[in-house]
Design a protein around this ligand. Structure first.
Ligand SMILES: Cc1ncc(COP(=O)(O)O)c(C=O)c1O
Length: 375
């Protein structure tokens, strides 16, 4: 892929696509097996092996994975599920698809993940589950949330869409704790298939259900026009799976590249007063660097900062808006002021350009532009 010149705007994200991706995509094209072929199974096996789990089910997006995860947990009308308001909207929408209600709880100010104490306070008669999001690739407090779930008989669906490669407080890979967990492979993710996702099933029975529901409700041994139940077309094409196989082969180096860029940022931004940088880890916890998001100094206008950076040739984004304040969630009664930690983080969070092949001079350009924009 061609590089970015010194005068071009530095983009927010950039996939790392090379000769191996081209080779495997060509292999699929020449095989004539564009869907439900061997490349899909190869991707699933390689992914499960990398993560250290027994099985993994490929789907067309992270959102599709979350939706099937909600169905696998049996959440529906009348059920409430505890989740984070500081997330991408899909982690709440997947509950709405099935008529379940997202019950938002505030986040921990350090990790920006669901605060287990806030979640414990929100448990009620209708609570059926908890849906932690490993936001910005930082591992959620799983042992605490699993304790809460066990005490109250709740199911768990992990939104690990941003967290491939993260390590939790007990030293295990995020998504490998035996809960249903979902990953996403959009073009800005640590591993990309363009569009795509992967679900880690909690057991073999769930895996069978997921494979049937992603494929229009067909059973494994059925013909194209036979169906055992309701299903969806959430299949991942073999072309996308080919990208996934190639990306998995170099995933360790992609993750290391992201960590290196993060440490360059940490050094380059240290001189800006009042700027809060993301933590890389704590104890056993290790972030998988999905985005590089800083919290700008208190009182500075976020959208004005984005505009100043754009004028200096640096893409950036206010990231993330709180999801309880979107119109369709306000309809459930959510309002400003309910989750002060999440709302304060949201008002200050700014994503900077971030991809493994970023050079030192590009990082320096972003740091200088940010310093200038905040002066
Ligand atoms: C936290 C989170 N959940 C869910 C998703 C949905 O994934 P997808 O865009 O592949 O549907 C994303 C993707 O950006 C995400 O960041």
């Amino acid at each position: 892929m061609a590089g970015i010149s010194d005068t071009e705007t530095i983009p927010l994200a950039r996939p790392e696509i090379g000769a191996r991706e081209e080779e495997l995509v060509l292999e699929v094209l020449r095989s004539g097996r564009l869907s439900l072929g061997p490349m899909g199974e190869r991707f699933e096996r390689a992914f499960a092996e990398w993560l250290g789990v027994g099985d993994a089910v490929a789907v067309s997006s992270g959102t599709a994975g979350l939706h099937l995860g909600v169905r696998a947990l049996g959440w529906g009308p009348g059920d409430e599920v505890l989740t984070s308001p500081f997330s991408f909207v899909a982690s709440a929408n997947c509950l709405l698809y099935e008529g379940a209600r997202p019950v938002f709880c505030d986040v921990d100010p350090g990790t920006l993940n669901l605060d287990p104490a806030a979640a414990a306070d929100a448990v009620g008669e209708r609570t059926a589950g908890v849906l932690p999001v490993h936001i910005f690739g930082y591992p959620a407090a799983m042992p605490e949330l699993e304790g809460l779930a066990a005490e109250n008989g709740l199911g768990i669906l992990e939104d690990a869409c941003e967290a491939l490669g993260a390590v939790d407080s007990e030293g295990g890979r995020v998504g490998a704790r035996g809960n249903v967990a979902t990953f996403a492979f959009y073009a800005n993710k640590q591993l990309t298939t363009g569009e795509g996702g992967m679900i880690v099933p909690s057991d073999a029975e769930v895996a069978v259900r997921l494979r049937s529901e992603r494929n229009q409700g067909r059973a494994a041994d059925m013909g194209w026009l036979d169906h055992v139940g309701l299903g969806f077309n959430y299949r991942l094409s073999d072309l996308a799976a080919a990208l996934g196989v190639a990306q998995l082969e170099k995933l360790d180096s992609l993750l290391a590249g992201r960590a290196k860029v993060a440490s360059m940022y940490e050094e380059g931004l240290a001189c800006i007063d009042g700027l809060r940088m993301p933590i890389a880890g704590r104890g056993e916890e290790v972030r998988s660097w999905f985005v590089y998001t800083v919290q700008i100094p208190q009182g500075v206008d976020l959208s004005a900062t984005v505009a100043r950076l754009a004028a200096l040739g640096v893409a950036s984004k206010a990231y993330l808006p709180c999801i309880h304040l979107f119109p369709h969630l306000r309809e459930l009664g959510y309002r400003e002021g309910q989750f002060p930690v999440a709302e304060a983080a949201s008002a200050r969070s700014l994503a900077l350009p971030f991809f493994p092949s970023m050079t030192e001079s590009q990082v320096a350009r972003v740091c200088e532009a940010l310093a200038q924009s905040l002066r």
